[in-house]
Design a binder for this molecule. Sequence first.
Ligand SMILES: *Cc1c(COP(=O)(O)O)cnc(C)c1O
Length: 373
Amino acid sequence: METWQEVLRKNSISSLEALAVKFGPEHFPELDRLRQAADNFEFRISPAMVDLIKAPDDPMWRQYVPSVEELDVVDGMVDSLNEDADSPVPNITHRYPDRALFLVSPVCATYCRFCTRRRKVGDPEKIPMSQFESAFRYLEEHTEIRDVILSGGDPLLLNDRRLDAILTRLRAIPHLQIIRIGSRIPCHLPERITPELCATLRKFHPLFINTHFNHPDELTPAAVHGLGMLADAGIPLGCQTVLLKGVNDDPAVMKELMQRLLMARVRPYYIYMADQVAGAEHFRTTVQAGIRIMEALRGWTSGLANPHFVIDTPGGGGKIPLLPEYVISMNDDEVILRNFRGEHYVYRQPHEPAEVLAIKKPKRPARARRKTA
Ligand SMILES: *Cc1c(COP(=O)(O)O)cnc(C)c1O
């Protein structure tokens, strides 16, 4: 049997020529401009994703095949989340009080054309593996960090030995309560999920994996099998989906994705607005489109199928949750609410202690009157 490394090396598509052979040269009329797009950001489509591309501009094609639209920059930014400003040492982004992001791998099995971290990903030089020592020391010294998120690139493209070494070093840090891994491997390269990988990961609990699926078709039997193996290793699985134009900006598609994730034992965690990244602006939708999707989930399907909808704000403000408006009005007496069907309901506020006193006061003279009567 081929190893996952062989699968990736031999059967991926990573040149425009190979794409043209596979899908027909007529679909690539502007080859010179397309080459510019492919040169700007690493290009590779893993075998599992090649198999899912059925027609030009379908949801898989849009996510993974380079497009000349990548060359149009309107208000996209290179580092839209301002991660580099919050990076105290190489490979660490420390933005929130008690958790930090640790970039451990510069490479991915398949490169998403909407990648937020395209400035760092694809080129092994950009996430220097030799500079982990300062990151480990930072995590050791910052005792307020209780949650570390391994990201990249894709951490699960590291080999088992390397992963084991990183996780062992992290687990030796007493204040790190939980370890998380962000990975698209269950979607892009399910061959990577081996019994050996599961045996490695399960030594480091509590360990969580947030994976990333954007379309129900990505939940292939191989992906579902891999997710099951990770779940059987006791790893709680979440999913971080990105709202993408022409991929999943449709309430029915998103609902099916959320339901299919649950069937694969994955709890949807976030739906992100597409970031304002230079080169990926053709994937953006309006915020209203996202809110309409959330309205189509809440109440209409399992609460478990309802992730948080967030904007990771440009400029480094972090993730901010968005909800459809369910509160019609709110004052100290009552809250008027709208349910998922649009019907209105009233919740009466509890009385504040001061109000309780105010109600009791007039009763005293009444009792006094009874006494004197
Ligand atoms: C998303 C993110 C986290 C994790 O946020 P959670 O809401 O806890 O999942 C941590 N650090 C950075 C820089 C992030 O972007």
